[in-house]
Design a protein around this ligand. Structure first.
Ligand code: ADP
Ligand code: MG
Length: 698
């Protein structure tokens, strides 16, 4: 019954059915049930016309009782509209519709008593009610189950055909009497009890036709929990399966390379957090199971070193490692860093990127296949099929937000026993997102910066203050410091933005002329040799100002650079700003970040800038970013691999998410095969959902 096409529901029919399908994706009865209200209005409260005229600016949603007269269509084409007069005991106001004129005009019964809902507006100083929803008072009086009326999302097109939020509610109420016994329980008795005893069927009834606020809230909570619970259960089972199925290489030795690096080559003490994380990684890699670990750490917390130590453990056990970076610049830098740190040790490190010359590529690939290369550093080029290893034991993926399950799977294909995988994030990800996106991974956190770092001082300056900013740069450069000046280049192909970088380079070169100063430039449209040359000059201190686009966004490490100027800072996202700022503050000197903007800022931009000025804490910034942008935008919905949520919200329901995950973990711990009678509903739901997915794929 619940799979019936939506047009068979009373009050729908073929035309509206087609609209519901195309506009809201509601194709069946059960799709309609899953179209949840996004809020509720209190129907016990009535307003009067007088009250609305006096206070309409503060009122979101009003409900009136009165009569409608003189409906008439006026205007032509674009300005065609329907107006009518609404009158109650206290006065009159105008009702107005711009869409569905004909349909509504026919439906209105002048002189009858109506209940009218809407959000008041005004036109030329006169208060009106645009696109109100109407119901005959007689019908309204007979249809009150509760004071709470659900509000459903709809579209203009649907509303024009009479499928307003209220009409959708009516459809729900036509469907509810028929669902008895059709919505079997999906959770076990223990979970249901914990959720206040609301069964699945009751939950659906309560969200669409609440009996009272308390039960409605419980029902919503139950449905949200259920949604999150099955996602987490899926991730945790995935983890369970990976752990059972894939034996991992056992790295039992703490050998020579790690020891001698630690004793003779490590330029500083590891932080407590680094030590702890290396221990976690070592335990994983020695356990006989494949490691799948996410390493979170703020910008500058020293993730690279953790990656290197892990790779040395692999080497001590006779295995090769791969270190994968998201950009060429970063791959080059890692290659240079590792080569420097490992200088004098018998460890062969090679670099392989898209721009490695043919002949060199050939020799690297051959050496790799013979096991003569111990550590290979590169970009996504390392994933290509022709990259063959002798004994690949560990893959470290640096600065990635979006290295999803599919990409990880490609790596596993590279050897019979899958290599251990360590994913290091670019910026901290809010906990709830990490849990959903990387819920099948173990997580380590570096929550401590290396000692002696001074917090970066961040300020906001308007473009008009540029001269003063330049004066400040002069002073810093005089102290021997170096400066980044970054311009937004959101898409590397955007020529107009490229112009900004060029202009910036020219004006800075004029303001900071040779021979006293040297200004360099990097951007994504340069060939790699030039980029490389420019980066190296800056690294060596031969240039004191580096003008660049966001190609330096992640990972670039020049400790002597202590000032980061970001032009058009309002055009960057928060985590991007945080990443860019993280390019400075890497040495012992006081570092600065100067956010330059125009003087007109939108609300979001203002909050982003204020957040940056207020805090250096990447975890806090990530949370704010999530709140401002929502999970889809934060990660890019397409690639993110985030599941679509119908009722739960990763931001608002963070606590419930944690509870759902713990509950799923408890169930799996007690009953890994989901075979206990109490878990039968859960097992059945998992099975059905899997079948549904297969159905969709094949
Ligand atoms: P991120 O976590 O952003 O990748 P990096 O690995 O680039 O950070 O490290 C940032 C800087 O801190 C580098 O210059 C690195 O050499 C230095 N560093 C790393 N660990 C320590 C430590 N324990 N003590 C002092 N400096 C360290
Ligand atoms: Mg890094």
């Amino acid at each position: 019954m619940l799979d019936s096409p939506i047009e068979y529901l009373k009050g729908v029919g073929p035309q509206r059915g087609e609209l519901l399908r195309s506009e809201l994706g509601i194709a069946t009865f059960s799709d309609l049930l899953l179209h949840f209200p996004f809020r509720y209005i209190d129907r016990s409260r009535f307003h009067t016309v007088r009250e609305i005229v006096a206070t309409h600016e503060e009122l979101q949603q009003v409900q009136l009782r009165g009569r409608i007269s003189a409906p008439r269509a006026v205007g032509e084409k674009q300005s065609r509209r329907l107006t009518a007069t609404f009158t109650d005991a206290t006065g009159s106001l105008e009702l107005i519709w711009f869409k569905g004129v004909k349909w509504i005009q026919q439906a209105i019964k002048p002189g009858e008593e109506y209940v009218v809902f809407g959000r008041p507006g005004s036109f030329k100083g006169k208060v009106n009610l645009p696109h109100p929803e109407l119901e005959l008072a007689s019908v309204w009086d007979s249809g009150i189950e509760s004071a709470l009326q659900p509000v459903y999302s709809t579209t203009e097109k649907l509303a024009a055909r009479g499928l307003t939020s209220r009409a959708i509610w009516k459809l729900q109420k036509a469907l509810l009497p028929q669902i008895g016994g059709l919505l079997p329980e999906t959770l076990g008795p223990e979970q249901v009890r914990w959720l206040g005893g609301i069964t699945r069927e009751e939950a659906f009834r309560q969200v669409h036709a609440p009996s009272d606020e308390h039960r409605m809230e419980l029902a919503r909570r139950r449905l949200k929990f259920e949604e999150l619970f099955f996602i987490q259960l899926g991730l945790l089972r995935q983890k369970q399966i990976t752990q059972q199925r894939s034996r991992g290489h056992v790295f039992a030795q703490v050998g020579e390379h790690l020891n001698s690096f630690h004793a003779k080559h490590l330029p500083f003490e590891l932080t407590g957090a680094q030590k702890r994380v290396v221990k976690e990684i070592r335990r994983d890699m020695g356990s006989g199971r494949q490691m799948n670990r996410l390493l979170q750490g703020d910008v500058g917390s020293g993730k690279t070193l953790v990656g290197l130590l892990s790779m040395l453990i692999a080497l001590d056990n006779g295995f090769q490692s791969a270190l994968m970076a998201p950009t060429e610049i970063l791959a080059q830098q890692h290659h240079a860093t590792l080569t420097r740190l490992l200088g004098g040790m018998p460890v062969t490190v090679r670099l392989l990127t898209g721009s490695t010359k043919q002949a060199e590529r050939k020799s690297i690939l051959a050496a790799l296949a013979m096991g003569q290369v111990h550590i290979i550093v590169g970009t996504h080029a390392l994933l290509e099929d022709r990259v063959v290893f002798d004994k690949l034991g560990l893959v470290v993926i640096d600065e990635q937000h979006r290295f999803g399950v599919a990409q990880r799977a490609r790596l596993w294909a590279k050897s019979e026993v899958p290599p251990h995988v360590l994913v290091m994030t670019a910026t901290p990800i809010p906990r709830t997102l990490a849990m959903t996106l990387y819920g099948d991974l173990d997580t380590s956190v570096i929550d401590e910066l290396p000692p002696g770092r001074k917090p970066i001082r961040t300020v906001h300056r308007f473009d008009t203050a540029r001269n003063a900013v330049f004066g400040f740069l002069e002073e810093e450069i005089a102290k021997g410091r170096q400066v980044y000046v970054v311009y937004p280049l959101i898409e590397e192909s955007e020529k107009s933005d490229l112009k900004h970088v060029m202009d910036g380079f020219e004006s800075l070169s004029r303001r900071f002329p040779l021979p006293r100063y040297a200004v360099g430039m990097v951007h994504g449209r340069m060939d790699n040799t030039t980029k490389d040359f420019e980066m190296t000059r800056f690294k060596k201190g031969e240039t004191s100002i580096l003008v660049s686009t966001t190609v330096i966004e992640v990972g670039v490490d020049v400790p002597n650079a202590s000032v980061m100027v970001i032009e058009n800072a309002e055009r960057f996202g928060l985590s991007q700003l945080h990443q860019l700022r993280g390019r400075v503050g890497r040495g012992a000197e006081q570092s600065f970040c100067i956010l330059m903007t125009g003087d007109r800022l939108g609300n979001d931009a203002r909050e982003r800038i204020a957040t940056m000025v207020r805090t250096n804490d990447g975890f806090e910034i990530a949370e704010t970013d999530l709140r401002l942008r929502g999970p889809g935008d934060l990660l890019g919905t397409q690639q993110s691999g985030l599941p679509q949520l119908r009722i739960a919200d990763l931001i608002a329901d963070a606590e419930l998410l944690q509870q759902a995950r713990s509950a799923a973990q408890r169930v799996l711990d007690a009953d890994p095969g989901l075979s206990a009678p109490a878990h039968a509903p859960i097992a059945r739901t998992v099975r059905e959902r899997k079948e549904m997915e297969w159905g969709r794929i094949s």
